[in-house]
Design a protein around this ligand. Structure first.
Ligand SMILES: Nc1ncnc2c1ncn2[C@@H]1O[C@H](COP(=O)(O)OP(=O)(O)OP(=O)(O)O)[C@@H](O)[C@H]1O
Ligand SMILES: [Mg+2]
Length: 247
């Protein structure tokens, strides 16, 4: 048997790394999928926060949905001070949220179907702070701008390949519409990713819900094949490897 082990990027999220052989494979693209409110953004931002604070790895957050001031306010509830990280050069937030009056970069508007502007702006920030981790929250918003599946797939592929060059690990969030069985808007996101994590917040009985997490696929890894309990606590997301979740 080979002694080779794939370099791993620790999430630092309590309970998660032990489900995935210590972390995400370095330089891979990982999809975080789930319905609305399942914790996709919190998990992805916690990955960046821990990267900066625990492992001294700078990160980039590209936000297409929530404006930065609300993200910062909400993460402060978990004791995570994103503003301080920005000041220390450990985090850069690229604001492409709808609240932004002037979008600094055109992203795939018809008829150009082109993500090269977005690619360039993320890459320049990544070079500036030497980012090791990149989060795009959420890919679903970008996907809606494309009308052709083929072009969407090609553009996404070029974007992810470019951003992960040099070993940067990329997390993409993807919203699963409420009444859909597949994984994402066009189900294309999953093809792009070498790993897929699914978050759930399912009803159990008439009056309560229960959160859980599943590692659906992770290339190169002997990952857990069970669905595990997850909670959003005062310190952020916590996974319980010993507890089987209900979906
Ligand atoms: N301080 C907190 N303590 C406990 N739970 C919280 C706290 N803050 C937020 N939550 C829970 O986390 C959910 C939001 O998580 P998050 O924004 O990561 O979800 P999401 O999957 O990104 O949702 P969306 O698809 O709407 O973007 C809230 O709906 C709430 O249930
Ligand atoms: Mg979100």
């Amino acid at each position: 048997m080979s002694e080779y082990t794939i370099p791993r990027v620790k999430t630092g999220i309590p309970g998660l790394d032990e489900l995935i052989e210590g972390g995400f494979p370095k330089g891979d693209t990982i999809l975080i999928a789930g319905k609305a409110g399942t914790g996709k953004s919190i998990l992805a931002i916690q990955f960046l926060y821990n990267g900066a604070v625990k492992y001294n790895e700078p990160g980039i957050l590209v936000t297409l949905e929530e404006p930065p001031h609300l993200i910062k306010r909400n993460m402060m509830c978990f004791g995570m001070d994103l503003e301080a990280l920005e000041k220390e050069g450990l985090l850069a937030i690229i604001d492409l949220s709808p609240s932004k009056e002037v979008t600094p970069v055109s992203i795939g508007e018809y008829p150009s179907f082109d993500l090269s502007g977005l690619k360039a702006i993320i890459a320049s920030h990544a070079d500036r702070i030497n980012a090791q981790r990149i989060v795009i929250d959420t890919l679903s918003i970008l996907a809606y701008k494309f009308r052709s599946r083929d072009i969407l797939r090609e553009e996404f592929f070029k974007l992810t390949a470019h951003l992960t060059q040099g070993g940067r690990t990329l997390l993409l969030t993807s919203e699963i519409p409420e009444h859909q069985n597949g994984l994402g808007v066009f189900d294309i996101e999953a093809f792009l990713a070498s790993g897929v994590i699914v978050l759930y917040n399912e009803k159990i009985g008439p009056t309560s819900r229960s959160r859980s997490i599943e590692v659906l696929k992770l290339r190169g890894s002997k990952h857990s094949s069970r669905i595990h309990s997850m909670r959003i606590t005062d310190d952020g997301i916590r996974v319980f490897p010993g507890e089987i979740g209900s979906v």
